[in-house]
Design a protein around this ligand. Structure first.
Ligand code: RP5
Length: 166
């Protein structure tokens, strides 16, 4: 399984609807990925094993999403030298702000690149993963450039419509 470049991992099956957004982006860029569930609290040994063996499976970037007491990304980062992107999820009455703080406030030495709460975060985590991979892949870099150009074109079209409708 040497061709799995990105691992998407989440704390529970209740996180699937949001974390699938990351998978959709990776599919758009034709980047191979694996997707699974581990839990820093409910399955700590298996979570450590997942992180320790990721590089051997060919994984180059890990995206980890969690909501309640969101330590998953940090724990995974503690067991690997692969870059880890943390997605804080809205899973508690604190609307994801607790997950944001738990994910972003890592002690010095164990970084987790933390993105926005929820769906925009899951999407950006995948784009960031593609950007990291594109450092060594010109084709992927070109696809990213096209993706961003299309986004700009959409904004300009909206602006033109608004200005013409006035
Ligand atoms: C976290 O607790 C998971 O990542 C999830 O966001 C949250 C709630 O999990 P469930 O109780 O729905 O399994 O560990």
């Amino acid at each position: 399984m040497k061709d799995t470049l990105v691992a998407i991992v989440m704390g529970s099956d209740s996180d699937i609807p949001v974390m699938k957004e990351a998978a959709a982006i990776l599919e758009k860029f034709n980047v191979s990925y694996e997707m699974t569930i581990r839990s820093a609290h409910r399955a700590p040994l298996q979570t450590a094993e997942f992180a320790k063996t990721a590089a051997d499976r060919g994984v180059r970037v890990i995206i980890a999403g969690a909501g309640g007491a969101a330590h998953l990304a940090g724990v995974i980062a503690s067991h690997t030298i692969l870059p880890v992107i943390g997605v804080p999820l809205n899973a508690t009455p604190l609307n994801g702000q607790d997950a944001l703080f738990a994910t972003v406030q890592m002690p010095a030495g164990i970084p987790v690149a933390t993105v926005a709460i929820g769906k925009p975060g899951a999407i950006n985590a995948a784009i960031l993963a593609v950007e990291i991979l594109a450092l060594g892949d010109i084709e992927l870099a070109q696809k990213l450039f096209q993706y961003k150009t299309k986004m700009t074109e959409k904004v300009l079209k909206k602006a033109e419509k608004l200005e013409n409708d006035l």
